[in-house]
Design a protein around this ligand. Structure first.
Ligand code: DGJ
Length: 736
């Protein structure tokens, strides 16, 4: 990951751009398999002609004649009748219109990507808008964003500032989107687009993916299919309030807009200032939803995720094992256990800090990041040393953007919290939690120093779990001036990004997990500074199948924290055998979230074997191509997916039974993504059956596996006393 390549809000874009004079012509922006075609004639509107599978120069040149209604590529408000627009502003004289026309086109390169910039100028006001298209050719992903510059004598107010717009032709177009709630994040919704507006938005301020997600897919050939059909994927790369709008008009054409949510965030742009929108990433595939996912995963691993090329360690996190009951003996015991099971990292979660206000529960201590030596007499160094003794790495939990009213930091600096000037603060978790105002540079320094102090004192800290457990519920910055209170949400994210950028510049190697009450920070706006995310606070294996399925639409397994936890599960109270819990966790970044003392010797032994086997398949899971095969949302009684290594010499196939009905015939799954010419040997992992599967050790051609598949037995063959209604399989396919 190159930290410099991340577009920051307000970043100064410096490049050797040469502006080319253009006459009437089409601009074609290609990736390996896709083309975007724009009509960019100087002095005229920038028009969108095409986005889809790659087309020839000849076809591109003749596009206008083959098209129906042609839309502006970045619709501006005031002089057109489109009900929805990408950009709107109030000029310094109060005028509310924009009339942007093409002034020039330029191109440049950035870290292996090509950037085409179309400069638009208003026909009357000195306002310049640069619309950028950045292509990662071999990933088939294009990022688009705009830079809005005010050259008027006084400030203008931006009232709409989308990152991008895409018209989608009428037809049987379906939308796939992700929605949820705490403990039930990233649930998939599929629906046909019908007349009217569909709006997906966030207003949480700090984090943005617990409820709805800023990523969607459009299936252009009717009901979404996993492995067939033309599909567009879109991911807004922003960690704060966003808004996606899909307007289906009177011609049944769909107009897709994505950007920062402008509600309560009107932005005053001073003379000479430039506002940079976050990027909207787009991809297109004719291999269905999974095809889009593969492109996003490759792009994500390579360009929007920290250390996307480094295998993740198998870890044990202390949270569900001990919650706030942190003490030296307990931590040492957990370390010994995870090391014995083959784990590589131990993460101490919440509860380790606070002197005057010890963090014994969630109502005190946030803000005071000093170790509580009553619990940990040897301090952090003692734990780091203990980890080393066990041959594993050590990680630690922090929630640096937050403070409790019961903290020394709050006592000293009540002015640092978010709250309206004339009202009382609103408390969150533990009835005392408050949010530090990241728009304030002094607060940014404090947050930077939390990490800096920890890392300077204990450079061997290998992993940080960065949590954020509150939304902005009371709009008000004690730092921003009265006329810029509407900058709070954007200022918060900008301050957070700056801080993360500083942290990464100084500590490029530490692994950092984004957690926000579970899956609150699963988005490509925040991920560039993080290695992974905590998918959900719900670790129930069955419910995880549904949540991880949705997550995998846009995010690769390498980033998806997936832990084996206790049974009965702490969130759903469901009783699930260790085999099934492990088989689900093994389909993401495997970890554990359990008190090992509560596991039987047999369970520990089984987990040890599974961890060893996971290490074998880790490169395939974490760097392979995903093919989702049978959706749990189809409610056919089972779910299945697989990862295939890029060389197609190895693959891992997962199958999980999702309900138990006697004599129900479950679908036979045909595999995908293999080389039809290659022969693959099948080997079951994490096996518990008394007898091997009938196809254990046998080899089959990729062609056979993809056309016929293997019959997966409905139940496990076990001694009577061990039988349960749960069943799952992990098959490792290696080229013969
Ligand atoms: C919320 C997170 O999602 C949990 O994993 C845990 O870290 C707690 N916070 C700790 O307070």
């Amino acid at each position: 990951m190159n930290w410099k390549s991340i577009t920051l809000l307000f970043a100064t874009i410096v490049s050797s751009i040469t502006v080319t004079e253009i006459s009437a012509k089409n601009v074609k922006i290609d990736t390996q398999n896709t083309s975007l075609v724009l009509e960019a004639e100087k002095g005229k509107k920038l028009r969108h002609l095409y986005y889809g599978g790659k087309i020839s120069e000849n076809d591109a040149a003749a596009l206008r004649s083959a098209s129906g209604k042609i839309y502006s590529a970045y619709p501006d408000y005031g002089m057109i009748t489109m009900p929805e627009t990408a950009i709107a502003m109030i000029h310094s004289d109060g005028d509310m219109t924009l009339d942007l026309v093409v002034d020039g086109i330029s191109s440049t390169h950035d870290n292996g990507a090509d950037i085409t910039t179309v400069t638009l100028k208003d026909t009357h006001y000195p306002v310049v808008v640069k619309v950028n298209y950045k292509t990662w050719k071999d990933k088939n992903v294009m990022e688009t964003w705009s830079e809005i510059t005010n050259n008027e004598k006084s400030p203008v107010t931006l009232t709409r500032f989308a990152s991008g717009y895409l018209p989608i032709r009428s037809g049987n177009v379906w939308l796939s989107s992700l929605h949820g709630a705490w403990g039930n994040e990233t649930r998939l919704t599929e629906e046909p687009l019908t007349r009217g507006m569909k709006v997906i938005k966030s207003h949480e301020g700090v984090r943005n993916s617990r409820f709805d997600h800023s990523e969607v897919m459009f299936s252009l050939d009717g009901k979404p299919q996993e492995n067939t059909g033309r599909t567009i994927g879109a991911a807004l790369c922003y960690g704060g309030n966003y808004k996606l709008r899909i307007d289906t008009d009177e011609t049944d054409s769909h107009h897709f807009f994505a950007g920062i949510n402008e509600e309560d965030s009107h932005y005053k742009l001073g003379k000479g200032e430039t506002f940079v929108t976050p990027p909207l990433a787009l991809t297109w595939s004719d291999e269905g939803l999974s095809g889009v996912s593969r492109s996003f995963h490759k792009w994500g691993r390579n360009h929007r995720l920290a250390h996307g090329d480094t295998p993740r360690k198998v870890l044990l996190n202390s949270w569900e094992g001990v919650y706030f009951d942190i003490n030296e003996k307990g931590m040492a015991n957990m370390m010994k256990n995870i090391a014995a099971m083959g784990g590589e990292l131990f993460v101490m979660d919440d509860g380790w800090f606070g002197v005057k206000y010890p963090r014994n529960n969630d109502s005190a201590g946030l803000g005071d990041w000093t170790v509580d030596t009553r619990k940990l007499p040897g301090g952090i160094q003692g734990l780091v040393d203990e980890a080393k003794k066990n041959g594993i790495k050590f990680g630690i939990w922090i929630e640096p953007e937050m403070v409790n009213s019961k903290s020394e930091l709050f006592e000293k600096h009540p002015e640092y919290i978010i709250k309206p000037a004339n009202r009382k603060a609103k408390f969150g978790r533990g009835k005392t939690q408050l949010i530090l105002d990241m728009s304030n540079p002094e607060v940014q320094d404090i947050v930077f120093n939390i990490v800096d102090t920890l890392m300077t004192k204990y450079p061997e800290i290998d992993y940080i779990k960065w949590d954020a457990n509150m939304d902005i519920e009371n709009h008000g910055s004690q730092y921003l001036p009265a006329d810029k209170q509407s900058h709070l949400y954007i200022g918060y994210q900008k301050g957070l990004q700056n801080t993360l950028q500083r942290i990464r510049a100084k500590y490029p190697d530490v692994t950092i997990q984004a957690c926000a009450s579970g899956g609150g920070r699963v988005n490509y706006g925040i991920l560039p500074w993080f290695d992974e995310f905590w998918t959900s606070d719900n670790t129930d294996a069955l419910q995880r199948i549904y949540m991880q399925w949705g997550t995998s639409y846009f995010f690769p397994a390498i980033a998806m924290g997936s832990h084996i936890s206790a049974s009965p599960n702490h969130q759903t109270h469901r009783i699930i055998p260790i085999k099934y819990r492990t088989d689900v966790a093994m389909s993401g970044r495997l970890g554990m979230e359990i008190q090992p003392d509560d596991m039987t010797a047999e369970e520990k032994e089984q987990t040890k074997r599974a961890i060893a086997e996971y290490k074998q398949i880790r490169p395939v899971v974490q760097f392979g191509d995903i093919y989702r095969l049978l959706s749990p949302y189809d409610e056919k009684g089972a779910a299945s997916l697989m990862y295939v290594a890029p060389e197609k010499d190895k693959a891992v196939f997962y199958w999980w039974k999702t309900r138990a009905f006697r004599n129900e015939i479950l679908p036979r799954i045909t595999m995908k993504g293999l080389d039809p010419e290659k022969e693959y040997v099948v080997h079951e992992l994490n096996r518990i059956d008394t007898k091997p599967l009938s196809f254990e050790g046998k080899s089959f051609s990729g062609k056979f596996l993809m056309e016929n598949g293997l019959e997966i037995p409905v139940n496990h063959k076990l001694a009577k006393k061990n039988e349960t209604d749960w069943s799952s399989r992990v098959l490792y396919l290696t080229e013969k």
